[in-house]
Design a protein around this ligand. Structure first.
Ligand SMILES: Nc1ncnc2c1ncn2[C@@H]1O[C@H](COP(=O)(O)OP(=O)(O)OP(=O)(O)O)[C@@H](O)[C@H]1O
Length: 338
């Protein structure tokens, strides 16, 4: 991490509803992204990953609002900024790659037209020939086979993988410094998923674009990310370098997620673990550590009182180590360490 991160999120909170009916599905999230870094945000479904990304872009769904915290991008405070500033950053400096490219692309416009329209909005200085050249370059960079033909194709004429490559081209053609990718491979076949993941890493290497990569699949994080932010129940429970966190997790939730995937190398166990139980409801977060009710470590330690009374993380959401009163690497209990 450089001294001046490209993106800095502190104590971010997102709320829905009013009065007694308020829920806070993102509740004090903090992390940083350096230039050229690929940062994975990982956690089970519903832990607040997508809302965190959407809050960064000022694109929360109706009824949702940022209820606290700060977002600084390139040294600029985004939450205090005029909406027109956010709009001009979106698409030009920050681009979103959605999970379902088919839904993100306009079904009744040819790919080339969609690329040119976006260029017209974000790079009005280009003439039509330059726009066509830029669109073609973007498709080539996204490794679309036969990019000239793809320019005149409608989305439904392309395979799922090619649609996702087109969506990536759409995001990249304005040469953003930050790409936000929300489960960009879930809708694709496994072999195509691997190709798209490789493509993202290649694009970072070639263009220097930093990437925030949201996924529920911790094995994907291991493949492509430099750093990882582990979220549980609207909070960050652990973050750090991928090698460090995924080789020697400190938070029992990270360890539980790792137990649910085959280990790197070595012999896969007969049965992979699942994390028993369900996450809590964002409308009624429990006090203390939110993972406590599902934590094997908590049980093994005899149910320490502080787990239910005090949140073990940092005030701004940036858990330097793990947000746990009894992190695994400091645990005297060998049997609960991985
Ligand atoms: N439009 C909405 N109105 C009210 N609550 C919402 C809305 N969208 C999301 N939420 C709440 O926020 C929680 C987190 O949603 P989010 O989409 O960020 O989860 P996620 O971690 O990205 O999950 P997934 O991996 O399934 O996409 C949801 O479980 C839900 O309780």
């Amino acid at each position: 991490m450089t001294d001046q991160p490209l993106l800095s999120v502190r104590d971010l909170a997102v709320e829905f509803g009013h009065g007694a009916g308020v829920s806070r599905p993102v509740d004090g999230v903090g992390f940083e992204v350096g230039a050229r870094e690929i940062v994975g945000i990982v956690g089970e479904s519903g832990c607040g990953k997508s809302l965190t990304l959407l809050a960064l872009l000022g694109l929360l769904p109706a009824g949702g609002r940022v209820a606290g915290g700060s977002i600084t991008f390139g040294g600029r405070d985004l939450l205090g900024a005029d909406p027109s500033v956010i709009r001009s950053l979106r698409g030009r400096q920050v681009a979103l790659i959605p999970s379902d490219a088919g839904a993100a692309l306009n079904p009744v416009a040819r790919i080339g037209r969609q690329l040119r329209l976006s260029l017209r909005t974000h790079s009005p200085e280009l003439n039509s020939q330059q726009r066509r050249g830029r669109a073609l370059d973007a498709l080539r960079r996204a490794r679309l086979p036969r990019p000239e033909q793809a320019l005149s194709a409608y989305p439904h004429e392309l395979s799922g993988g090619m649609q996702q490559r087109s969506a990536i081209a759409l995001g990249l053609q304005n040469e953003p410094v930050l790409l936000l990718a929300d489960e960009p491979t879930t809708a694709l076949d496994v072999s195509i998923q691997a190709e798209i993941l490789r493509l993202l890493v290649q694009l970072r290497d070639e263009l220097g674009t930093a990437i925030v990569f949201v996924t529920h699949d911790i094995s994907t994080v291991r493949e492509i990310c430099d750093r990882v932010v582990v979220m549980y129940a609207g909070q960050v429970v652990e973050q750090g370098g991928v090698d460090e966190v995924l080789t020697s997790p400190s938070h029992p939730y990270t360890a539980a997620l790792l137990g649910s995937i085959p280990p790197l190398g070595g012999v896969p166990p007969d049965q992979l673990e699942t994390v028993p139980g369900m996450p809590p409801d964002p409308a009624a977060w429990p006090g203390g550590c939110r993972f406590q009710a599902r934590c094997r470590h908590h049980v093994a330690l005899g149910g320490p009182e502080e787990c239910s009374s005090t949140w073990p993380g940092s005030a701004d959401g940036v858990a330097v180590h793990a947000a746990c009163h009894f992190p695994l690497d400091a645990s005297p209990l060998e049997e609960v360490r991985r």
